[in-house]
Design a protein. Structure first.
Lengths: 309, 262
């Protein structure tokens, strides 16, 4: 187990470096720069700005400088939000995105596992058919349709929930989080429901389950004690892709519901060619994905002893 | 077959409408009817009304569906060709070549792809061609994995061994004996790739990075509808409904084809 963690962390370093080099190269060789506004700047002003941000140095030196700063946790000043450093912007927005993603994955797991279990109890029954059709539909719903749709129905028409923005905190103003979390969680919940149903149906058909049934154990005890653990294996191996889906979904959801999260800064940064901000966000996303895949692998090993080699 | 028939008919109807409607309607998708700005649905001459600039919603919907379908099909074909080629070579070669090629696929899977596509769009400008080349290059990974698995089981089958023993060149074996046998699975995954691509394209268009005006796509219509939904909810509901119908039906067809072939 410790060897697995170590090996994964060691392979993570070249991956992150690759991401860093790729995004650095793309952003620097791109046409158009952060100081291209409506009005062209005077040449002296532009030269002074570029010197201030180190954009006039040779590419190799710029990259070396960037790498050195990054390793010490300093992502430099944001080119567009002039009064903020990128580290500040990320420190402000990351908690919002993490809360959103965390709540969404908890909700998705709860809904998905519940639906999958109910469906697997009677394979081919009407509940199975209906829930799996629902799961397919929910998985196919893009968050940029469900988000505005929820906002239209529950925000504008019924007036139950705020259409956007954030309250003071999750605890004092939870109503701001309801719609974003649901919209983000639904597609993931659908996918989890399908995987859980397939895994559980396969597990329930096995001999040791029949033995447990013959010995008079209740259905609930059988599922919790014997069937759920092997059935969770496909769900857990989906967690990596699910994290990627949540990250991209969050970009849309944060835009739709005006949440000050990382995704919104990423979109704004990309549109404004804010190099330091974009590279920091991509690096962070890559690190999050690697971490999620590692967690999934560890859970996988815990659930399925055969995979521990 | 009947489980595939209903969603297939619905998709066919949407495709047909997208192809025919623009020719039948008196308005083009970017023509402005100055006398009827923000006309409600059902008004004469504008079946679905007009948007905030006075453009016919039905014409825009038809053209948007056409572009979305076109982008999806082109990108799906790119991803299919790349994915099948990659998977066949890896599966046939086996050993170290296979190991190296599949490690690359694994590594690419782990990257935050959506963000790299966004950066690509920002860097190289927002051309429709780049939209689907970019998407196609992202979406081939799953196809490559599936095809590789299929090839690895097929190469042990007697008819392939017989072809090898009788001295058929590798190219002939791959194209004449292997390819026809993976066509069904490839078709199923091609169908499953379509909704994924439509989502990516709409995602990009939603952020203003995909298809650019005066062209339009379902993603752009949903975005416009969402911005304007407090005044004209139909502007969100109708294109959103078409997109969701398309996505759900394509997913259902793909899943059922997959269950049949795999």
């Amino acid at each position: 187990m410790r060897a697995l963690i170590l090996r994964r962390l060691l392979t993570a370093i070249p991956t992150l470096l690759l991401v860093l080099i790729a995004s650095f190269a793309l952003m620097r060789f791109a046409p158009g720069g952060p100081f291209d506004g409506e009005r062209p700047l005077a040449p002296e002003t532009r030269a002074a700005l570029e010197a201030a941000y180190g954009l006039n140095l040779p590419m190799g030196e710029q990259f070396a400088l960037y790498l050195k700063r990054t390793l010490t946790g300093d992502f430099g000043p944001s080119l567009v939000y002039r009064d903020f450093t990128v580290t500040q912007l990320i420190a402000d927005s990351l908690p919002v995105s993490l809360t959103l993603g965390g709540l969404a994955i908890i909700l998705a797991l709860a809904l998905g596992l519940a639906a999958g279990t109910v469906a697997a109890l009677r394979p081919g029954g009407w509940a199975d058919e209906a829930l799996m059709l629902l799961a397919t539909i929910v998985t196919a719903l893009p968050s940029f349709v469900t988000g505005p749709l929820l906002a239209l129905i529950f925000g504008l028409w019924l007036g139950w929930l705020p259409v956007g923005g954030l309250g003071d905190s999750l605890l004092t103003a939870p109503q701001f989080w309801v719609m974003p979390v649901i919209a983000l969680a639904l597609p993931v919940a659908g996918a989890i429901a399908k995987l859980a149903r397939a895994g559980l149906a396969a597990a329930l058909a096995q001999e040791h389950i029949r033995t447990a049934r013959a010995r008079g154990l209740s259905t609930g005890a059988i599922i919790v004690r014997h069937a759920l653990r092997p059935a969770l294996v496909p769900v857990v191996s989906y967690l990596g892709p699910a994290a990627a889906g949540l990250l991209t979904g969050a970009v849309i959801i944060e835009t739709v519901f005006a949440l000050p999260g990382l995704g919104r800064y990423f979109v704004q940064g990309a549109l404004n060619r804010d190099y330091p901000l974009i590279m920091a966000v991509i690096l962070l996303y890559a690190a999050l994905l690697i971490a999620f895949n590692l967690i999934a692998d560890l859970l996988y090993g815990w659930l399925d002893p055969r995979s521990r080699t | 077959m009947s489980r595939i028939a209903l969603p297939a008919i619905i998709v066919a109807l949407i495709v047909l409408a997208a192809l025919i409607l623009p020719a039948l309607l008196p308005w083009s998708h970017d023509a402005i009817d100055w006398d009827h700005v923000r006309a409600p649905a059902g008004s004469p001459g504008h079946l679905l009304g007009t948007d905030e600039l006075g453009r016919d919603r039905l014409a825009r919907l038809a053209v948007a569906s056409r572009i979305t379908l076109l982008v999806a099909l082109a990108a799906a074909l790119v991803s299919m060709v790349v994915g099948i080629a990659w998977g066949m070579i890896a599966g046939w070669a086996g050993g170290r070549v296979d190991e190296a090629m599949m490690r690359i696929v694994d590594a690419l899977y782990a990257l935050p792809f959506m963000f790299i596509v966004i950066v690509l769009m920002v860097v190289f400008g927002r051309s429709i061609l780049l939209v689907f080349v970019g998407i196609g290059l992202v979406e081939w990974l799953t196809m490559a994995r599936i095809v590789r698995g299929q090839v690895m089981t097929l190469r042990q089958r007697p008819f392939v061994l017989a072809a090898t023993a009788s001295g058929a060149p590798v190219r002939v074996i791959l194209l004449r004996h292997i390819l026809p046998n993976i066509a069904g699975v490839a078709l199923a995954y091609l169908t499953l790739t379509l909704p994924g691509i439509i989502m990516i394209e709409s995602f990009l268009s939603f952020l203003g990075l995909g298809v650019q005006e005066p062209l339009t796509s379902l993603g752009i219509l949903v975005k416009e509808g969402a911005d304007d939904m407090d005044v004209a909810p139909m502007g969100l509901l109708v294109p959103g409904g078409v997109m969701v119908t398309l996505l759900v039906c394509l997913t259902l067809i793909g899943e059922r084809l997959r269950d049949r072939f795999a």
